[in-house]
Design a protein around this ligand. Structure first.
Ligand SMILES: Nc1ncnc2c1ncn2[C@@H]1O[C@H](COP(=O)(O)OP(=O)(O)OP(=O)(O)O)[C@@H](O)[C@H]1O
Ligand SMILES: [Mg+2]
Length: 401
């Protein structure tokens, strides 16, 4: 007998009760934010003047990937808006992902558009077509006619083409662009070198307060996952799953995104295997997928040369799996070869060294100093922390995109 539609499909998800809790863009409520009390209260402190309608400090948040920077910035901004309202102050925040809106014009457009209520202001903010300075003029009007205070979160701020928008936003009050509205900028970056690149004037106005978010340890990762375990149906999650996932994620990076991804993938693997429970063995497979995602996200929007340098190290690591480090000059040789194949000029050895440092900060690679004895002096070796096959696969797909 042909099966009827009824028994072809499962009508109820056997694994997940509330999968949104594990989705990438889910913003957890306060009770589910774990281990960031100090950071949150520091941020609150810095933006506190906004509650009285005064200027909040401009801040810069640094830290490795998955340390809760975007989450805490959004959380504190939303809380600020809520409390300000209770005090009779009209506040709002705008969020810009600078990896996506990486030009000054796009970023201003996004800010203006997300804050503008055309019914109140009668101002139009078209997606494109206006000059940068016109977008600014409209933004200032929107701000002055609607708000007492506004916070602008510039996430992945290092991906911006240039610093002009930072200058404009952080000086809007002083420069007389705004008469009523106060503005606070929250810059977020996972590039340690970002600040060195910044123009001195921008630095002094943007970096009034700086915060560094440390990676999570295994206990914190376990608590973060535990706080979302109601994403799963009762009894589905075997007790060893979260501790195992936390241990894996902490050993490598202390990255909460990866920890949560592992949990979601482990559930999906259970689903596709038709398993009734999420078992510890699924965690290992889930980790591989999370690792690939993580690396893809880390290099999103990176420059071609930054990728060539990694590719060079991946080639070396694949060719000589037994070696546990490669010297800068060796990497540089392979990098030059890759540039030749790509028909691209090469950067200086010094720039390549800087790019390697950036990768080290993100824990994509690890650097170690060695002393080569009196004849040689000391030198640095670099080792890939990501699986070289993952690196190569993701870099190839990025170059084809
Ligand atoms: N303390 C925490 N409690 C609960 N969930 C957390 C915590 N920190 C991070 N997360 C979750 O982990 C994921 C990554 O966090 P977030 O996006 O804030 O990282 P990030 O520091 O901005 O990383 P990146 O530099 O890659 O942008 C998000 O899904 C977030 O909800
Ligand atoms: Mg982020």
């Amino acid at each position: 007998m042909p099966s009827s539609g009824d028994d072809l499909f499962t009508r109820e998800d056997p694994i997940f009760e509330n999968k949104e809790l594990l989705e990438i863009n889910h913003l957890p409520e306060e009770g589910r934010i774990v281990g960031r009390d100090d950071e949150i209260s520091d941020l609150a402190n810095a933006v506190n003047p906004a509650i009285f309608g005064q200027s909040p400090s401009n801040l810069l948040i640094y830290g490795k990937t998955g340390t809760g920077k975007s989450l805490c910035a959004k959380h504190i901004s939303a809380q600020l808006v809520r409390v300000a309202k209770e005090e009779g102050v009209t506040a709002k925040f705008a969020y810009v992902d600078c990896a996506q809106d990486n030009t000054e014009t796009q970023a201003v457009q996004t800010i203006a558009d997300s804050l503008n209520d055309p019914e109140v202001t009668t101002i139009k903010i078209p997606d494109k077509g206006l000059s940068t300075s016109t977008y600014y003029k409209r933004l200032w009007k929107v701000l002055d006619s609607q708000y007492d205070v506004v916070l602008v979160i510039l996430d992945e701020v290092d991906k911006l083409d240039d610093d002009d928008i930072l200058m404009q936003l952080s000086r809007a009050g002083e420069a007389g662009k705004l008469t009523d509205c106060k503005i606070g900028v929250i810059g977020i970056s996972n590039k340690i070198k970002y600040k060195d690149r910044m123009d001195e004037r921008v630095k002094s106005s943007l970096c009034e307060r700086e915060f560094v978010f440390p990676p999570y340890d295994a206990n914190q990762l376990r608590d973060i996952m535990q706080a979302r375990s109601d994403a799963f149906k009762n009894g589905v999650l075997e007790p060893s799953v979260i501790p195992r996932a936390a241990a894996l994620a902490a050993r490598e990076h202390g990255d909460a995104r990866k920890a949560i991804d592992i949990l979601r993938y482990a559930g999906e693997i259970a689903q596709s295997n038709g398993s009734k429970t999420v078992r510890e063995e699924f965690v290992v497979q889930a980790r591989e997928r999370a690792e690939t995602d993580r690396f893809r996200e880390l290099i999103r929007g990176s420059t071609p040369h930054s990728r060539y340098v990694l590719q060079a190290l991946a080639v070396l690591s694949l060719n000589r799996p037994d070696e546990d480090g490669f010297r800068t000059t060796k990497i540089f040789d392979v990098y030059e070869e890759i540039c030749r194949q790509e028909g691209s000029d090469t950067l200086s050895l010094r720039r390549v060294r800087d790019l390697l440092k950036e990768h080290a900060f993100l824990d994509i690679i690890e650097q170690s100093r060695h002393s080569g004895g009196s004849a040689e002096g000391s030198y640095t070796e670099h080792q890939l922390l990501e699986d070289p096959d993952v690196v190569r696969k993701v870099l190839v797909e990025t170059d084809e995109a």
